[in-house]
Write a protein that binds this ligand. Structure first.
Ligand SMILES: O=C(O)CCC(=O)C(=O)O
Ligand SMILES: [Fe+2]
Length: 198
């Protein structure tokens, strides 16, 4: 079983480097705020419906998919074409990670009642491990992850304004992640997950 400590000295965050890399302040404060405002104002946000126990429910966040092709092969919605801003962010992320992405899913958490439930991300090109680069803008939110077979093995990492989290290796295979709802008041957060889709 995969095991690691997140806090060596109770203060400094330790992530298993073969699964995750975290860079706080990958984008500066001013730049991050500018991007947040820009995406809030210009993206045509969509709230998708999902089936839950035979009922149609709205996902508790807004999304938008930009890229070269649909997010899934069976998805009929055309991708939104890349914009200059997203291209600029993509380039910086690609330079830093050495990974080329072909799409980005934007998630907009309007307040503390927006969330994403436990899941892992599979979308990738067959045969490759899923690598996702996740840029966070605005309100810091806790990113929880837990072992798929041992749910009590759970960790939490606060994703700050302008941060970059690279998820890689076997993370999606053995771990799930979520952004839980928060009882504390929360302002807007936008998360950009750069992906490689077939
Ligand atoms: O908002 C986040 O940080 C995570 C989003 C996420 O897990 C996803 O889009 O698959
Ligand atoms: Fe995810």
């Amino acid at each position: 079983m995969e095991q690691f400590k997140l806090f060596e000295d109770g203060e400094h965050l330790l992530l298993p480097e073969h699964l995750m890399e975290y860079r706080p302040g990958f984008f500066g404060k001013m730049e991050s705020e500018r991007y947040l405002k820009f995406f809030l104002e210009t993206v045509s946000w969509q709230q998708t419906k999902v089936m839950m126990y035979d009922k149609e429910v709205l996902t508790p966040r807004l999304c938008a998919w930009f890229g070269d092709r649909p997010i899934r092969q069976d998805d009929v919605r055309p991708p939104i074409p890349w914009t200059d801003e997203l291209r600029a962010i993509k380039m910086k992320v690609e330079e830093h990670t050495g990974i080329i992405f072909n799409g980005v899913l934007l998630n907009y958490y309007r307040d503390g009642s927006d969330s994403v439930a436990w899941h892992s991300d599979k979308d990738t090109i067959t045969g490759l491990k899923t690598e996702i680069a996740s840029v966070s803008l605005g309100q810091p939110r806790n990113f929880d992850f837990r072992n798929k077979d041992h749910h009590r093995q759970q960790y939490s990492l606060e994703l700050g304004n302008g941060s970059l989290l690279l998820m890689k290796g076997d993370l999606q295979k053995f771990w799930e992640h979520r952004i839980a709802k928060s009882a504390k008041p929360m302002k807007a957060r936008i998360n950009l997950t750069f992906r490689k889709v077939a």
